[in-house]
Design a protein around this ligand. Structure first.
Ligand code: ZN
Length: 221
């Protein structure tokens, strides 16, 4: 846990994928944590439409494993490759059933509409209500290169839509109901991450956010 509980884990994520220097985690972990691109400083990569993955290589699999660790370390429920400076159509997610990846995902069907609060690992502490389809059918390749077709509703559907937007250079602030945008304090964000994190079923020992009090779960992806 970080001292004071007011700084979030991505503040010390100092690793970039290009050269992969040894990562000195203050907690002694050896997880290869990737640096998360931040808006607006890293707007170029966050606003670029990512390229399709033409071939799944050992490097692709290594990237996905590192993205799992990075997502877990940041207590996120989803993370798209452009958020770690890799402009490829890959995202990872975990809503409680273990981490998975989708490569070259496509939304085949979308139905219903609902409004719920979202945040983004690349835009810390800014939250707002985003309209999304209630249910989506998504196809793509999983981390083993198998073509999958996933019917998702509610929270998973929202995560998929948020992450696929990232692959198209679209951020939640583009779709948010502007009047609902609000900043939360680092302490509130830590609590919300905690709540979302608990929903994912991660091992509590691996978390790196301040566990205190209850917060409204929000999609922090
Ligand atoms: Zn995001």
């Amino acid at each position: 846990m970080l001292s004071g509980g007011s700084r979030l884990c991505y503040d010390h994520a100092v690793f970039v994928i290009a050269d992969r220097p040894p990562y000195a985690d203050p907690h002694g972990s050896t997880m290869p944590i990737l640096k998360i691109a931040m808006f607006p400083d890293d707007e170029t990569v966050l606003r670029t439409r990512a390229r399709p993955v033409l071939k799944i290589t050992p490097g692709t699999r290594r990237l996905i494993e590192d993205m799992y660790d990075t997502m877990r370390h940041a207590a996120g429920v989803g993370l798209a490759a452009p958020q770690v400076y890799v402009s490829q159509r890959i995202f990872v997610y975990d809503v409680g059933n273990g981490p998975e990846a989708l490569i070259n995902p496509e939304i085949l069907q979308a139905s219903g509409d609902e409004l719920a609060e979202e945040g983004c690992l690349s835009i810390p502490r800014l939250h707002g209500d985003v309209p999304r389809a209630t249910r989506v059918v998504v196809s793509g390749l999983n981390s083993r290169g198998r073509r999958v077709r996933i019917e998702a509703d509610e929270f998973l559907s929202r995560v998929f839509q948020h992450e696929i937007d990232h692959l198209n250079g679209v951020l939640f602030i583009d779709k948010v109901i502007k009047s609902t945008l609000h900043w939360i304090t680092p302490e509130q964000e830590a609590r919300r991450r905690e709540a979302a994190y608990e929903d994912t079923g991660y091992d509590a020992d691996d978390r790196d956010v301040a566990p205190s009090g209850a917060g409204e779960p929000a999609a922090l992806v």
